[in-house]
Each structure stands twice: as C-alpha cells, then as structure tokens.
Write a protein that binds this ligand. Structure first.
Ligand code: COA
Ligand code: ZN
Length: 326
C-alpha cells in the first residue's frame, strides 16, 4: 500500500447509503412504511449523494420491501441526491420508473451457483433478462447501474476468476450502463485481491462509474475500502447501523457500516460530505424498529473523542495518589 492512502488530503469519497435496501431486505421485522420514509428523509438530511431506497422485487421473495412504491413516492427529495432502487426484471423496472426512481440497480451474480439460488436463472439467462431491462429503461433516460454479486468469491463455489467478473462488466458497459458495482456479497474479499481488480477495472474503463460494495462478514470491510481507495476507487456502498446481507447467501452479514466508514475516513482527512451525527441518530433508531441491536461499533462506543467523565470518587483517588508521593 502506498503511504498516500493514509492521508486523504481532502479527497472526496462518495458513499451510497444502502441500508434501506440491502439492510431491510434481510430483516424479519417489517419496518412500518412511515418509519422507512422518515429514515430515508433523515439520511437525505445527513448529506448522501446517493441512497438506495428500496427494491422492486417480488413481494413474496422479499416481504420486508413490499411497500416499495409508497416509500419511493413519498420521500422528500433533495436536489443533488440520487434515489435508486434494486430491480430484478422488466416488471421491477416498470414499477420503479413509475414511482420516479432516479436510477435502477440491476443485479446478477458473477457466480453461476449463487445466481441460480438468488435469481433462479443461469448467468446467461440473467444477462439476457437484464439486457431486456436495459433496452426498456434506457430510452426514458433513467440511470442504470449493474451490481455483480459475489465478484470476490462465492460461498458455494469459492474464488470467482477476475476475468469472468470483467467479462460480465464488459457485457453491460457495452450496452451503455452508467455504472458497475462489484459486490462482495458474503465478505470474502481481501485487500490483496481488491487492489488488482479495482486497478484493472479503472484502467480498462476510466469513464465508467465503479462502486465497491463490501460486507464486513469477516472483519475485512474497512481494510478493503482502503485498499480500493489506494487502487483508485472513490465510490462505495455502505449501510447505516452496519445492516445488510443477502437472504440467499449462507453466512452473509452486514455491509460495511456507514458511520464506521465516515468516522474512519474523516479522521484520515478524506471528505465524505456526510454529517456523522445525522447518520448516528438514524442508526440509533434501528434497534427499536428491527427488534435487535445493530453491529455498529460507533453506535456502541461513540466517536473517538466522545469522552466519558472519570468514574465517581475520581477526585478522592487523585488526592490519595498525590498524598503517597508527598
Ligand atoms: N415485482 C413484483 N412482483 C414480481 C416481480 C417484480 N419485479 N417479479 C416477479 N414478480 C412476481 C410475479 O408476478 C409472480 O407472482 P405470482 O406468483 O403472484 O404470479 C412471482 O413474483 C414469481 O414470478 P416469476 O417471474 O415466476 O419469477 P421467480 O419466481 O423465478 O422469481 C424473482 C424471480 C427474481 C422475480 C424473485 O425471486 C425475486 O424478486 N427475488 C428477489 C431477490 C432479491 O432481492 N435478492 C436480494 C438482493 S441480491
Ligand atoms: Zn450486499
């Protein structure tokens, strides 16, 4: 790693908040629609340039997001923030465009086995299906991003060759999509793997938006973010509270946690444009809504300089210790 990565020197790093989609899709509790809208509005206020608001998938497959239309329609939009949604097929694209989504996030897996489990299609069938969605949505001007799950490994197959990931990316970039997200769906990525894949992508497609989507399943999330930054990436998906996880991936757990990433990057001199206090306040509302604690370390421990008063009796302790040396 070059020394530069430790000194952000004001460099802008863009975070897309994905907790409302990647996070809530994985929760057993149904967060009431009004609460979802209030959370998105709070995230907007915290300054995100991009928010993945929901998913227009089959309500039977992901009941937690069955209110996608209402949420997408009723959030308070801020100019300069892009409100996206995950979409699996043309039906989802129609629904999302109707509800005024700014960007469609299409998804397929770089791994054949995971694609079959998650989407019930071969990769080839998925490419054909997503190409149909692109042909449907592009003429209307809605932005399109393609997320490639398991780009850094599949929990059932193991390593996925970088060449296969780049070939899939090529297939969509050739169709004119604006962005590609390389997803580490089950936290298998590690820094030495992340750096060359990001560098290869950046070199081949300097004009395509590249987003990295890491899960912290094995504690390597922040290390992977730094490795990706060092290799030229500047867009990341993160989830407040550290929520997240694919319901169809064994052992999956939370995305890299927004407040942890903002906290760390700002200390290193990067500029995320995110107001940390606003994210923390939103994350603090989650346990009551989802019925359990979140993995967020910053919610638990506070920011680095959120200081604590010394324990009761501290003054007396100080006196006693001082008396000993008199
Ligand atoms: N929105 C709403 N309903 C949809 C839909 C969409 N985008 N796509 C399909 N459906 C409905 C169909 O109408 C059908 O409903 P019915 O049973 O009442 O007739 C049902 O879902 C099944 O549709 P089908 O086309 O046979 O698809 P499938 O059963 O093979 O399911 C997916 C494929 C991808 C649509 C479905 O599995 C899905 O939405 N999965 C979500 C996966 C996901 O979000 N994973 C986490 C993110 S990585
Ligand atoms: Zn994810």
């Amino acid at each position: 790693m070059s020394r530069d990565v430790w000194n952000g020197a004001g460099r802008r790093i863009h975070l897309q908040e994905v907790g409302m989609r990647d996070g809530l899709q994985n929760e057993a509790a149904f967060v009431p629609t009004g609460e979802k809208i209030a959370l998105v509005d709070a995230l907007t206020q915290a300054g995100f340039g991009r928010i993945e608001v929901t998913a227009f998938v089959s309500p039977a497959a992901v009941p937690a997001l069955r209110d996608a239309e209402i949420v997408m329609r009723e959030i308070a939009r801020r100019e300069g923030t892009l409100y996206g949604a995950l979409v699996p097929n043309v039906r989802g694209a129609e629904r999302a465009i109707d509800a005024r989504a700014d960007e469609l996030n299409l998804v397929m897996s770089a791994s054949e086995t995971h694609n079959l489990c998650n989407l019930r299609m071969t990769r080839q069938q998925s490419v054909a299906a997503l190409s149909e969605v692109i042909a449907f949505a592009r003429p209307g001007g809605t932005g399109i991003n393609v997320s490639l799950s398991c780009s850094f490994g599949c929990p059932m197959e193991g390593d996925v060759a970088a060449g296969e990931v780049l070939d899939l990316a090529a297939c969509f970039i050739d169709q004119g999509v604006q962005g590609i997200t390389l997803c580490d769906t089950t936290g298998m990525a590690h820094p030495r793997q992340v750096a060359p894949l990001v560098a290869a992508f950046r070199q081949r497609w300097p004009g395509t938006l590249l987003t990295l989507h890491f899960h912290n399943t094995r504690g390597m999330g922040l290390a992977n973010v730094l490795a990706a930054i060092d290799a030229g990436a500047d867009h990341f998906d993160t989830a407040f509270g550290g929520l997240g996880g694919c319901p169809y991936a064994p052992g999956a757990s939370g995305n890299v946690c927004t407040e942890e990433v903002v906290h760390a990057l700002e200390l290193m001199g990067y500029d995320t444009g995110i107001e940390l206090a606003g994210v923390l306040a939103a994350a603090a509302r989650l346990p009551a809504l989802i019925g359990h604690e979140t993995p967020s370390q910053i919610v638990k421990a506070g920011r680095r300089l959120d200081l604590h008063p010394p324990p009761p009796g501290f003054e007396a302790l100080r006196e006693r210790v001082a008396a000993r040396s008199r």
